[in-house]
Design a protein around this ligand. Structure first.
Ligand code: HEM
Length: 510
């Protein structure tokens, strides 16, 4: 300021230059002060390296564990940097629900990594599209045609058949080799994929001719192309996601792998849809109750949208439910007392001779608790696909500027010590202490929340709970020696690292 006064006294061009210099200095000081004030109100930042931020600190396979560890230091909401992007990570149910429900209007856009974007054909899926007209319409379709209560009633017999087939297979395996451990995954996945095909396409397709492959492919190859390859490819990281300004550089290996997987998936889906269309053209009943027939009857969808919506139903109908049921059977086999409590509950409701079915589920609170506790400790989707803040908002009392990305660490929310007592313990009893309403499915956040909540939770509960009940009613479960609860995250949906092998002893009765 003194320099400014001196210059004014001296007058002339020197004075103008001095005034300009002083204005610049004052403005810089003002903006620095404002910036620090604003930053003071933004979430704490996890220290990282210049340019790459926290990328090297993240466990590529299980980032959810690193996120949960950081929440113990920085609190339930903090910011990380992955290359050029700032990402706010949420690790408590309260703040995650604030983002998904109360602040939804400011955070309703998806931020997709390149792999997600290619495989979902630029958001042509319910789960990956932004909130808007397409989302509302497509979510209504899947509810009315497949997953809502009345659609679910239409598929009741299909699910019951699944349970009968599965139990018959396990009984035959045990009779064939009573002392050998049985591979749970192989039997369950085969059956659930069958249900998915019947619900989505109207039949249990055993093979299909794919023009682009110039050959017939088996059911196993269908499963691999439409489910396994997709779940594996979708989490492949592309460095261009972290440095969008380098997006013009080629990443040939990544691009080729993705484009090949995507075009194979589309070829198989088209072949399946064309097969159904040919049957309809040959006079076969149009009404098979399948989701495909429901969508064809709409008559307004392009082939691309039709293909993507039916594929989405097959993809999401298979993996999450299988993984959850496998983890539940693992936990029950590992905890004989809890397994026995469940068996006694089923016996009290069904007696010695009645087969437990979906109809009994409302009378089995401990079973419900087993299911939700399994989802809590082993959420199939540990980290939800990123959201994009398109309107500056607040979360957990912090300012979140427009342009920030938000990620919800479901695992971190479900393991938060402030919200769950001894969260690392698998203890279904925690849901029966009167603090939870048994109808509240969102208590663990594993199905998400708000307008983007899982559309398939009713089906998942019907299949998984009925299967767990029936499997415990008919067999005593014991782990193969040396089994460990290692998780594997080489796919979008977190699996057990190794398939579950169990010793099964028939209980008699039923
Ligand atoms: C235990 C089983 C399941 C779990 C844990 C689960 C979990 C989830 C989660 C966490 C979301 C929200 C993702 C987000 O907010 O970003 C979601 C969305 C969705 N799920 Fe599930 N899911 C399961 C089963 C199913 C099944 C069986 C289907 C269908 C066949 C299904 C269809 C969907 C659809 C269509 C969405 C997108 C909803 C939207 O964006 O509005 N899910 N699921």
């Amino acid at each position: 300021m003194e320099a400014l006064l001196a210059a004014l006294e001296a007058g002339g061009g020197g004075a103008v230059a001095a005034i300009a210099a002083a204005v610049v200095v004052l403005a810089a000081l003002y903006f620095a002060w404002m910036g620090s004030k604003e930053r003071a109100n933004t979430p704490p930042v996890v220290p990282g390296l210049p340019l790459i931020g926290n990328l090297l600190q993240l466990d590529e396979k299980m980032p959810y564990k690193t996120f949960a560890k950081w929440s113990e230091i920085y609190g339930p909401i903090y910011t990380i940097r992955t290359g050029a992007s700032s990402v706010v990570v949420l690790n408590s149910t309260e703040v995650a629900k604030e983002a998904m429900v109360a602040k939804f209007t400011s955070i309703s856009t998806r931020k997709l990594a390149k792999a997600f974007s290619v495989l979902s054909r630029d958001k042509t899926m319910i789960a990956t599209t932004d909130y808007g007209e397409f989302h509302t319409k497509a979510k209504r379709f899947i509810r009315e045609g497949l997953l809502g209560s009345s659609a679910q009633r239409r598929f009741r017999d299909t699910r019951q058949k699944m349970m009968d087939n599965m139990l018959n297979t396990f009984h035959s395996l045990v009779i064939g080799n009573p002392h050998a451990p049985q591979n749970f995954r192989e039997v369950f996945w085969d059956e659930i994929f069958r249900v998915s095909l019947i619900e989505s396409l109207g039949e249990d397709v055993s093979s299909v001719y794919v023009k682009e492959f110039e050959r017939e492919i088996s059911k196993e190859e269908m499963h691999r192309t439409m489910v396994v390859d997709m779940m594996t490819c979708v989490i492949v990281a592309d460095w261009r996601d972290y440095f969008p300004y380098l997006g013009w550089l080629p990443n040939k290996r990544f691009d080729t792998r993705l484009v090949t997987a995507e075009s194979r998936r589309t070829a198989v889906m088209r072949a399946l849809i064309d097969q159904r269309r040919e049957r309809i053209a040959c006079g076969e009943s149009r009404v098979s109750h399948s989701y495909l027939d429901f969508l064809l009857a709409e008559g307004t969808l392009t082939d691309e949208v039709l293909t993507m919506l039916v594929w989405e139903a097959i993809l999401e109908g298979t993996d999450t439910t299988s993984v959850t049921t496998e983890w539940a059977m693992y936990e029950l086999a590992k905890n004989p007392k809890k397994q026995d409590r469940l068996y006694q509950e089923i016996k009290e409701v069904c007696g010695e001779d009645t087969v437990v079915t979906e109809d009994h589920l409302p009378q089995l609170p401990y079973l419900n608790a087993v299911f939700h506790e399994t989802l809590r400790i082993h959420p199939p989707i540990s980290v939800l696909p990123r959201r994009f803040v398109h309107q500056t908002t607040t979360l957990g009392g912090y300012k979140i500027p427009a342009g920030t990305e938000v990620t919800i660490n479901v695992y971190g929310c479900n393991m938060n010590k402030e919200e769950w007592e001894e969260p690392e313990e698998w203890r279904p009893e925690r849901f029966l202490d009167g603090r939870f309403d048994s109808a509240d499915m969102f208590k663990t956040l594993s199905f998400g929340a708000g307008k983007r909540v899982c559309a398939g939770s009713v089906q998942a509960i019907n299949i998984s709970c009925a299967a767990i009940a029936r499997l415990v009613q008919e067999f005593a479960w014991r782990l193969k020696k040396g089994d460990k609860d290692e998780a594997n995250a080489v796919q979008f949906v977190g699996h057990r690292l190794h398939p579950l092998y169990v010793h099964l002893s028939p209980r008699g009765g039923t």
